[in-house]
Design a protein around this ligand. Structure first.
Ligand SMILES: [Zn+2]
Length: 267
């Protein structure tokens, strides 16, 4: 676990485990020869992928950003709870859950299966999701809606938010649509430090070297790229640390603008 303190705020990067992902889809439309250096893809182009939710603690209040695969996800079981236990944080201690977007590796842990019923995994938390994200998955009525969101709505714990909103003195939600219709990031600022958790705005640090390379399954490739460019510009101007959910090697970095493109350095 990586722990970073800024002012009164503690940020912990949690680990929900590892998997693999197709680099040709992460860096669409680049060719393998252009993206593969340093990423060790297998013959099919699959490379290591990590799942890394964030825990933000401010004045004793815990905010969890994304819930990982969860215990009962058919795709795989997540390991997030082991980290929370090690930190001494119980499920009931978490009072806010921010959902960056509604994909199974980010929301599978929203609920738990108990006596064949889906119940909220964080009984005292409000779950904050962009309104447009909720509208999309609700209209499609997928298993993800029924298993990971509907039980929260039933208990009055689902809190739709619209646009950029402030949750506290240090924490803001920033809409960063593109990967999905209501994808959002979390901006944390305290003292004179900025940290921006960007969820899946990029899956690898290399998506920020080349903002025109984005995940091929994005809801909107254009918005995804436009927001990546905005974040590159903003983060380089503010010296902000940028944090990714999936990059297993360099999930924390700073960005510098170099003429037409961007350079990064680990933070
Ligand atoms: Zn993801």
């Amino acid at each position: 676990m990586r722990i970073h303190t800024l002012g009164q705020v503690r940020i912990v990067q949690l680990h929900d485990g590892y998997g693999s992902i197709d680099g040709n889809r992460v860096f669409y439309p680049a060719k393998r020869a252009d993206w593969a250096e340093g990423l060790c893809p297998d013959p099919r182009g699959y490379m290591l992928n990590a799942y890394q939710p964030l825990l933000i603690t401010e004045n004793g209040q815990h905010t969890l950003v994304d819930t990982g695969f969860g215990e009962n996800n058919p795709a795989r079981k997540g390991d997030l709870q082991a980290d929370l236990e090690e930190l001494g944080v119980a499920r009931a201690d978490i009072t806010r859950v921010v959902i960056t977007h509604a994909h199974g590796d980010h929301v599978g842990g929203n609920t738990l299966l108990r006596d064949e019923q889906r119940v909220q995994a964080y009984p005292r938390a409000e779950y904050l999701v962009q309104e447009s994200e909720i509208a999309g998955i609700r209209a499609r009525n997928t298993a993800l809606w029924r298993e990971s969101f509907a039980p929260l709505q039933k208990e009055g714990q689902l809190r739709p938010v619209a646009g950029r909103i402030s949750l506290s003195q240090a924490i803001e939600l920033w809409p960063l649509a593109g990967h999905t219709e209501g994808h959002q990031g979390v901006h944390i600022s305290s003292g004179d430090q900025d940290v921006l958790f960007v969820g899946d705005l990029g899956l690898s640090i290399k998506n920020f070297h080349r903002p025109e390379w984005g995940s091929s399954w994005a809801w909107s490739l254009e918005e995804d790229e436009a927001n990546r460019r905005r974040v590159c510009e903003w983060a380089s101007a503010h010296g902000s640390i940028v944090i990714l959910y999936h990059d297993p090697r360099t999930p924390w970095f700073r960005i510098t603008a170099t003429g037409e493109s961007y350079e990064t350095e680990p933070a």
